[in-house]
Design a protein around this ligand. Structure first.
Ligand SMILES: NC(=O)c1ccc[n+]([C@@H]2O[C@H](COP(=O)([O-])OP(=O)(O)OC[C@H]3O[C@@H](n4cnc5c(N)ncnc54)[C@H](OP(=O)(O)O)[C@@H]3O)[C@@H](O)[C@H]2O)c1
Length: 126
């Protein structure tokens, strides 16, 4: 599977490198390309580096680890997530929804706000 990692901190690094180890293709996306490259170099030939949009476009599944910032604010093309599985590491979302009500979607989240969005993203809480 092709997996895009948005945010190359603890969770992004740990999960992305393990997924690559078992044979998945992984693109690490960061706001700092050098950081993404350093993480990708720690993996196998199946790992590569890019920015957040590259990770969103690359993955069939996306791991989202940036806390407090929704994809609609982070990505130039949030629609790239459409139809994909979005694994959200963040533990809290209701407070974030309150401050950023225009976030795109999910079909699995309990919140009415998330369910009412227009992009068909399948969001999985990790
Ligand atoms: N569900 C679980 O079991 C579980 C377990 C652990 C953590 N979590 C949650 O998962 C989330 C990520 O945890 P983590 O330990 O991976 O955090 P982390 O190490 O701080 O990594 C967060 C990543 O997001 C990037 N980032 C942060 N703010 C940003 C912004 N404003 N714009 C662009 N990029 C930004 C950081 O980039 P830079 O490196 O450039 O700063 C970093 O790569 C947190 O919400 C945490 O509470 C959940």
């Amino acid at each position: 599977m092709r997996i895009g990692i948005i945010g190359t901190g603890h969770m992004g690094r740990a999960l992305g490198l393990r997924w690559a180890r078992i044979g998945h293709q992984v693109l690490f996306g960061s706001r700092d390309l050098d950081k993404a490259k350093a993480v990708a170099e720690g993996g196998s030939g199946l790992t590569r580096a890019g920015d957040f949009d590259a990770a969103a476009a690359f993955g069939d599944a996306i791991l989202y680890t940036v806390r407090g910032v929704y994809p609609s604010a982070l990505l130039r093309e949030p629609a790239a997530l459409s139809g994909k599985i979005l694994i959200d590491c963040n533990n809290r979302d209701l407070a974030m929804i309150a401050v950023q009500p225009n976030f795109v979607s999910t079909q699995l989240n309990r919140s009415r706000h998330w369910q009412s969005s227009s992009l068909p993203i399948y969001r999985v809480r990790a």
